[in-house]
Design a protein around this ligand. Sequence first.
Ligand code: NZQ
Ligand code: ZN
Length: 388
Amino acid sequence: MLGTFVYNNPTRIYFGEEALDSLSTELAAVGNKVLLAYGGGSIVKSGLYNQVTEILKKCGKEVFELPGVMPNPTVEKLYEGCEMARSNHVDFILAVGGGSVCDYAKAVSVSAWCEEDPWEKYYLRMEDVDNKIIPVGCILTMAGTGSEMNGGAVITNPKENKKIGHVFGANVFPKFSILNPKWTYTLPQNQMVAGIYDIMNHITEQYFSGTDDNTTDYIAEGLMRSLIHSSRIAIKNPQDYEARSNIMWTATWALNTLLAKGKATDWMVHMIGQSVGAYTNATHGMTLSAVSMAYYRFICPYGLGKFKRFATEVWDVPTEGKTDEEIAAEGLNRMEDWMKELGLVMHLSQLGVTEDMLEGIAQGSFILDGGYRRLNQQEIIQILKASM
Ligand code: NZQ
Ligand code: ZN
């Protein structure tokens, strides 16, 4: 395994059907004033809102409600949360929802006591936190982002057509996250599959880098095999607890920093997908699925050995009588077939992207070095065109 690293993940996970029982224990350890952040109402419909507010009441907390955290949370909404957290001197932020609500809670946690504009400091200048951080806890209702056990906080600035993620350090990770796979049953099918592809892409973004023999790659292959297997069960029977629980746990491990250990990591599908999101406000996982095949087919010749391994170890492609190029191509074809089986968006035009946006989307895509080839602007446009 290459390099030296530190692995420290301080988030406590409570997993399973009884996971919410641990909330009161966690709340006993935090201050009295709790900011309760949630989305557009799915938790009210599912009954989770009632359960959580009941527990908060029993624990004697003073609750400040912050509803309406939208998918792809905006900088305006961030300012609203900061104002509420600061003026009420909240001690703790409880996020109940999907990745957007968890990300948002972390963004408010580092921004509420920030002396300057947090968008400029954390998202444009990518600076570290040097002010008070309000601790966060999450109750997760959607599997996908891994936000429940990492420091990611993605914020969208619609006026500037920018969607940017800041990956904060362990001091910003949720103190705890509560994961009950049953809460994901109410997700609409398109959100469930978008989350599944987000998980897959988090794994491939880290897997497709490096040529060394690395323990992390073997872990990644196991996670991908589990995800593919469970996803095929979940699309037929969304209430299959075994499949949904495996998907939820895989999501957590796909992006809780473990798979990046000893890896350069690529992340270009996410960089392009986020820029697509800034222009369309489309569902995160679908922005990734729409550009993935064009990207991976472009990059495959530069990382042929790894794409061949992906084909044989993840997709069971037979090798006899085939060239490495044919084996690698067959692996990508099988991934594409699986994506279609799930019903993912495979073309940018389906997300409302038009030709005149491509230049801006390419410009808004951060270019990173960790993958098998550093792209230039022209190549990003080429990939975007091939994704239309
Ligand atoms: O707002 P509500 O009413 O809750 O509805 C949400 C939302 O409309 C709904 N939903 C969530 N759980 C539900 C449910 N509906 C019914 N039943 C449930 N149990 O689903 C919709 C999407 O939710 P959202 O939280 O937006 O989805 P997701 O978890 O995919 O989060 C997306 C955000 O996370 C960022 C994305 O960029 C995007 O902004 N990401 C965060 C990352 C991180 N922290 O590391 C990494 C990811 O790559 C990603 O960039
Ligand atoms: Zn993602």
